[in-house]
Design a protein around this ligand. Sequence first.
Ligand code: NDP
Length: 337
Amino acid sequence: NRRIVLASRPYGAPTPNDFRLEQQPIPVPGAGELLLRNVYLSLDPYVRGRMSDAPSYSPPMEINDVIVGGTVSKVVQSNHPEFQAGDWVVGQAGWQDYIVTDGQGIIKLDSTVPHPSYALGILGMPGFTAYMGLLDIGQPKAGETLVVAAATGPVGGTVGQIAKLKGCRVIGIAGGAEKCRYAVETLGFDVCLDHYQMDLAQQLAKACPQGIDIYYENVGGKVFDAVLPLLNPRARIPVCGIISQYNATALPDGPDRLSLLESIILKKRIRMQGFIIFNDYAHHFGEFIQQMGQWVAEGKIKYREHLVQELENAPKAFIGLLKGENFGKLVIQLGNE
Ligand code: NDP
């Protein structure tokens, strides 16, 4: 049983030395327990927060803990009445090949999911995040302009496509020409801007002649700087993530612009609201799965995975996720289906 544990807490960007690969015997399930073999492992930005011991919405990992992560697994052996060998299940087994569990928090994979790994992306946590943040907080209306960055990832890509279904004009922001082309040609965004271009703010102003009604916040930093002056009265900002700051060790340099931000929020009556998907919206998951399952089956929502083989490659892939090296939902495949 291979497993990857937290070797040290990163200062700034994580490095390979913050992770340690260990070998252990495969655990044996006791009475009422089941043994799972993990086949797909989700790598997600929130894991960076759990590697730190700064206060957050959930407790940090401890040193030597297995790194946390969502998983799709196959039941190898079951002493549990509700599961049988061969079942596909979704859970939080973390960065390891096998786990023994009493079944708490483990759910059977919905038989309508087109591919098991989709339960980690479009039909799982990131898709759900896009759906609730946009529809509940963003409140999109036909004819409005929406801006979203990390535009080809599982959250941003889905936000933009749902907004198109709701009749919005959608401006994506992504890292590089290839991602931008994909956002327009495959995902159907109206425009996609490359945030590595120096004149991002001017390009965004040109792309949003009617201003911005919804800014779905995934990255923060210079993207938010470019968005701020373009916000319309009564704009909504679902604050989903600020990935550009996850590796930061201090507040950014420069003048304190907090009062500028507050005055814009006040004068334009902007609604800016953070949310943590399962803490706030768990009771909506059934509704989400039904609607998103239908959109995916009908081809109305497209989804791209970035599949990396083998657990050993998870640290490098995760470090890359925080730098935009992934193109689509980052998933590790640990073994054969
Ligand atoms: P993605 O697969 O989109 O990966 C992250 C992307 O962020 C990268 O590919 C990169 O895209 C972009 N990025 C990374 N660093 C920077 C930077 N410095 N500046 C600008 N862009 C950067 O991730 P997800 O779709 O899984 O997550 C998107 C956001 O949603 C994250 O902020 C995440 O924390 C948040 N989230 C929040 C949840 C909640 O409950 N609130 C739940 C799930 C996710 P590019 O190359 O295009 O710049």
